[in-house]
Write a protein of this length. Structure first.
Length: 653
């Protein structure tokens, strides 16, 4: 009995057909894996047209037809054998791969688990050649001459017919087709020079013509990723000595519950790279709501010598030689781009950007074609053109008292310009007095207005305040229509950005003594931590002492927190701060700490504001980075263009 057991576990050579089936498991997970491998080979062969036909989610039929260079008749037997390829010859080639497919395993693996027909022609005379493999290792099958146009035609039938254990784990056809469609989408988003046609059960699902202009590329992206993404996304195009990053960053308000709209291409190959993903999460940090995921379509170009793409059988993962440099490059420029559009709104994106992209063509053989968006010229604005364009230029300096109401630091004098749809100078001056009078009376500011009326200067992006709704929302109007602002969320973002900018300025954090010290209820545990946290609290301008077993007394705070909600702020800080944190550790927690301070320091809901206070808040928003989202990622304002309001009330119908 013992000898029989030993005999069973002896080492032996696998049957070639079984070995091929095992190897196929590394590459062929489902029908979409077959489509990916075959399409990449077709693209490497220079195809400009790809027709993909599948039936029953790819389980019964996958057919790929291309018009590429084709395969030489003598090479057809080699094409379906393992360890055979035309794309690498030396070990050095592995370190500078520029093709999509290169392992030399795909056709052999597919043939091992399906009924495969490989047909190809390299000539224009209509003559091609074919080999067939039915789930076995290729063994000198006869090469047959057939009628075929130039290119390659591959038919894969009955996937996993000889591996029942794998076949039973396939999902329903609609699910499997969804994965195939995603593969086609990923390739179509970077190969604009190729026409893609995708059919399922004899029905055309995608028909993407060659996109050889900026407009056509834009239309393809819009068809694949949706109109909302393309209209609201931020365009970026930047480069360093060794890298170039371009593409679109989705607007924070378009964030999704899952990471299903994130596309990153490195040298034309779609990848899922932890370095880039982490860099982008950091760029969006603080402007996404809850556990949402940003959307983006980005292209990164690096020297092929600086990236290893052969670290995973499916080639989805890569490894950068200098990960830190790539991480910082992506994080810095993505965050900088998001900050530039500080007053952009998803609802006004159409008014601020046109649908027509710039026709930016990239030099071949680089994979991606670039395109961007034009800004809409203000003179083309149909709302503005309803009345004569007029202009006022004025200066205003907000008083210390007014800024204190917003718990904000005193800004420099800022020049603003506005466009108002009024008919004549008299009407213009009356409107100006109506708007400026409350500001002059309450703030005592020196305000001067130009008597000249000049056309062609844009208005305030967030308009002019006209009312407050339920003590929560500011209602403002601009030439586009109605703006609604969540005043607490907006002020929260303003405070956070001010505190982050002043983190290294000791004078900003000087503690100012309260006229009447504030007594705060806290837990015994929090009270016991006050003395150990003394230095960190003073670093934040907070002069706090223990006051009994379950109380603290607040004696001084920085000017920006004079009207903060101490009942919530102090317990939160005593819980979050760590007595063992040194300066570097405190710096790493900076954004989290300041976000909490800003939240509790912002103007509270149900507090009535004057028109001048509301307008002061709007002007600060226009000069604050990431002003479209609060510190928790919620939108701070929404816009309702006039044409939407007209439609709501059936005007003009």
């Amino acid at each position: 009995m013992h000898n029989d057991a030993v005999q069973i576990h002896r080492i032996h050579t696998l049957d070639p057909a079984l070995a091929n089936q095992i190897a196929a498991g590394e590459v062929i997970e489902r029908p979409a894996s077959v489509v990916k491998e075959l399409l990449e080979n077709a693209i490497d062969a220079g195809a400009t047209e790809l027709i993909i036909r599948v039936a029953q989610g790819g389980s019964t039929l996958i057919e790929i037809i291309d018009n590429g260079l084709g395969i030489h008749p003598d090479d057809l037997p080699l094409a379906v054998m393992r360890h055979a390829t035309s794309k690498i010859k030396t070990p050095e080639d592995l370190h500078a791969i520029v093709s999509l497919g290169f392992r030399g395993e795909a056709l052999a693996s597919i043939a091992a688990v399906s009924r495969l027909s490989l047909m190809s022609s390299q000539t224009d005379d209509g003559v091609g050649y074919q080999v067939e493999v039915n789930g076995t290792a290729f063994d000198h099958q006869e090469i047959q001459a057939i009628a075929l146009r130039k290119g390659t035609h591959i038919r894969v039938q009955d996937l996993f017919f000889n591996v029942p254990a794998r076949r039973k784990f396939l999902k329903k056809p609609s699910t499997e087709f969804g994965h195939i469609e995603e593969i086609v989408r990923r390739l179509a988003l970077t190969h604009f020079e190729i026409r893609f046609v995708l059919e399922h059960n004899d029905q055309i699902k995608l028909n993407l013509p060659i996109a050889d202009s900026g407009v056509l590329r834009f239309q393809r992206v819009q068809q694949l990723l949706g109109q909302q993404f393309t209209q609201n996304a931020y365009w970026l195009d930047t480069e360093s000595i060794s890298m170039r990053l371009s593409g679109w960053l989705g607007h924070p308000s378009d964030a999704r519950s899952q990471a299903d709209l994130q596309y990153v291409y490195v040298n034309g190959r779609i990848v899922k790279d932890k370095t880039i993903s982490h860099a982008l999460r950091m760029a969006y940090d603080g402007i996404l709501h809850g556990h949402q995921y940003s959307a983006y379509l980005l292209f990164l170009e690096v020297d092929p010598d600086q990236v290893d793409v052969n670290v995973h059988p499916t080639k989805h993962e890569i490894r950068f030689l200098n990960q830190r440099e790539v991480h910082e490059f992506v994080r810095h420029h993505a965050k900088e781009t998001l900050a530039q559009f500080q007053t952009a709104s998803a609802d006004l994106a159409q008014a601020m950007k046109s649908n027509e992209p710039k026709d930016i063509l990239r030099d071949q053989p680089k994979h991606q074609e670039q395109f961007s968006l034009h800004r809409t010229d203000a003179t083309e604005n149909p709302v503005v053109n309803r009345a004569e364009d007029t202009q006022i230029e004025y200066r205003k300096e907000l008083s210390t008292d007014l800024l204190t109401e917003f718990n904000a630091s005193r800004p420099k004098t800022v020049e603003y310009s506005t466009r108002m749809p009024v008919r004549d100078p008299v009407q213009l001056n009356n409107a100006l007095k109506t708007y400026l009078a409350p500001l002059r009376e309450e703030s005592g500011s020196a305000i001067t207005a130009s008597s000249d009326v000049v056309s062609g200067v844009d208005e305030f992006p967030l308009g002019v305040a006209i009312a407050q709704l339920h003590g929560i929302y500011i209602l403002a109007q601009n030439t586009e229509g109605l703006i609604i602002v969540d005043m607490h969320a907006a002020h929260e973002r303003i405070l956070l950005q001010q505190m982050k900018a002043a983190w290294d300025k000791p004078e900003f954090w000087i503690s100012q003594q309260l006229l009447i010290p504030k007594i705060i209820s806290i837990t015994r545990m929090q009270a016991s931590r006050i003395e150990d946290l003394k230095s960190q609290l003073l670093r934040l301008g907070l002069d706090i002492d223990q006051y009994g077993d379950e109380q603290a007394i607040v004696r001084g705070v920085p000017a920006i927190l004079q009207k903060a909600n101490f009942e919530k702020l102090i317990p939160e800080l005593l819980h979050d701060l760590d007595p063992n944190d040194e300066a570097q550790a405190l710096l790493q927690k900076r954004d989290t700490i300041l976000a909490g301070m800003a939240c509790h320091g912002a103007v509270r809901a149900h507090r009535m504001l004057s028109l001048s206070e509301m307008n002061a808040l709007l002007r600060q928003m226009e000069q604050t980075e990431f002003a479209s989202q609060c510190n928790h990622g919620r939108p701070t304002w929404r816009a309702f263009p006039l044409h939407q309001l007209d439609k709501l009330f059936a005007r003009g119908e």
